[in-house]
Design a protein around this ligand. Sequence first.
Ligand code: SAM
Length: 280
Amino acid sequence: MTAKFESNSLTHPMSLICPLCRDALLPAGKSYRCGKGHSFDLAKEGYLSLLHGRQKGDGRGDSKAMMLARDRVHRAGVFDPLLQALSALRFDPPLRSVLELGCGEGFFLGHVARAHQVPVSYGLDLSVDAVKLAARTQRQSLILRADLLTGLPFADASLDLVQSIFAPRPLAEIRRVLRPGGHALFIYPQADHWHELRAFLPLAGIGEEKLQAAGLAGFVPVSEEAVVTPRELTHDLLTDLVEMSPSIHRLERDGVPWREQLPARLTATLSVRVMLCRKP
Ligand SMILES: C[S@@+](CC[C@H](N)C(=O)[O-])C[C@H]1O[C@@H](n2cnc3c(N)ncnc32)[C@H](O)[C@@H]1O
């Protein structure tokens, strides 16, 4: 079954489910409704908020300042080597749908959708500033405001690819919503990510995440690649990298004059791991 989503030009297969009763969620004018009468409005910016009850008005997720800093870093091409790695992934059969969890302003979601010509794409984030920006810039995608830790608003076995890039990974839910043979893509920082920057500021350490066999029970590893490459960073970009990181909260709370401690220029190492797995 397919239906037209009004605020973008693509046809979305109906894999969305109501977060309250798990019935299919269907477009109805400027809302989405389920058969039991639960209704969720499209915001004027074009995203669909699936927050309900006490979740509403919850300010969690990245702040507007973090979002704008990340946007500037992305526009400057700092993560271009990662875009190349994403373009080089191969999917057979071709992807018909992708969901990014914690999509932020949708930079990587848009890239994957374009590079792999994925006709149906969804971005999900809790931050209101993220979904506003993503809905504005990723017109090809349906952007959802939801908490990925409280169950994903998608039907069982309804998606071809679920990606989590520098974001939380609810593995059991990802497995549930992937179709058999569907892919999960996880990208996360390695311990030496931007380590040169740590010589200047007391940034939070990176607990390198081990997504090894045990943690990935139920998935079959397909490929694993480390993208490790030096990047030339100006003072402005270094400032943005700090501002988009979780360390910013502690630096500001402690009143650390952190901007002044950054050098005018620095060559620093982008170091991330790209892991692709498949649901059997
Ligand atoms: C480090 S950012 C990564 C954004 C994007 N994937 C990128 O790499 O450009 C992590 C994102 O996850 C979102 N996030 C964190 N916890 C979340 C949750 N429980 N539900 C939905 N989104 C969440 C944040 O709001 C933020 O936009």
